[in-house]
Write a protein that binds this ligand. Structure first.
Ligand SMILES: Cc1cc2nc3c(=O)[nH]c(=O)nc-3n(C[C@H](O)[C@H](O)[C@H](O)COP(=O)(O)O)c2cc1C
Length: 222
């Protein structure tokens, strides 16, 4: 409707959202590896958009090691300054061919809105998709990793090897969530128990083309 006044509290009309430029994380991950544990109790405090940008950057760099099939969607239940929704993370370093220059300032990550959810519905549907696990329903952010089936088949080593490469790559990305969030003092729990169809609908995947393989909950520790 031309000239209509924006509804207070409604998500912005643009389906894209730019996060702040990501910061490089601590070079030495060993202290985080030594103390990290899965965390399942989160406070109601929002995660900052800066922390989300930092973690997404860590997940998407360096470029893929084995497979270009991993796609990242993010559900923002409570992220300061980011409307609640399901977003597809724009591939930046991931999928790009040019190596990132050492010391270069990374480009801001962009999110593309796929599904609009009100906060209560987002939490309810995320929890239900993950077999009613509170760790997903109470998270400030849920990452959903999926595999692009065409990209698996197109693996230079062949489809059978590509299938295995895709899972290993998703595991690497999932581990980076733990390391990046741990370095920022945030809590994470990987979640492999979910219903494929509900997970796909939650983040707007075309289930024929993309296959959800991994969830991870993120939040401020309670
Ligand atoms: C692929 C994967 C799937 C997981 N799925 C779940 C899950 O569905 N629910 C859950 O509470 N924890 C889940 N976890 C967390 C594990 O229970 C946890 O990593 C393991 O018990 C070791 O504990 P730690 O992470 O504290 O070292 C998962 C972890 C991984 C790596």
């Amino acid at each position: 409707m031309p000239g209509a006044a924006p509804v207070p509290g409604a998500p912005p009309a643009s389906p894209a959202h730019a996060l702040p430029p990501p910061r490089a994380l601590a070079a030495d991950p060993l202290p985080v590896i030594a103390r990290r544990r899965s965390l399942r109790r989160f406070s109601a405090e929002p995660v900052s958009a800066q922390a989300l940008a930092d973690i997404l950057h860590a997940m998407t760099s360096p470029a893929p090691q084995l497979s270009r099939a991993v796609r990242i969607d993010v559900l923002t239940a409570t992220v300061a300054g980011v409307p609640p929704a399901a977003w597809r993370v724009e591939p930046t370093a991931r999928g790009g061919d040019a190596p990132t220059e050492v010391g270069a300032i990374p480009a801001p990550m962009r999110l593309h809105r796929r599904v609009v959810h009100d906060p209560a519905t987002l939490r309810r549907r995320a929890r239900a998709a993950a077999l009613d696990q509170d760790v997903i329903g109470d998270a400030a952010v849920v990452f959903v990793l999926s595999l692009d089936r065409d990209a698996l088949r197109a693996d230079p080593a062949g489809a059978a090897r590509g299938y295995r490469h895709g899972f290993i790559e998703a595991g690497l990305v999932g581990e980076r969530i733990y390391l990046a969030a741990g370095g920022l003092g945030l809590g994470v729990c990987a979640v492999g128990a979910f219903y494929d169809d509900e997970a796909a609908a939650l983040v707007g995947l075309d289930a024929e083309r993309e296959w959800p393989v991994h969830f991870a909950a993120l939040g401020v520790p309670a």
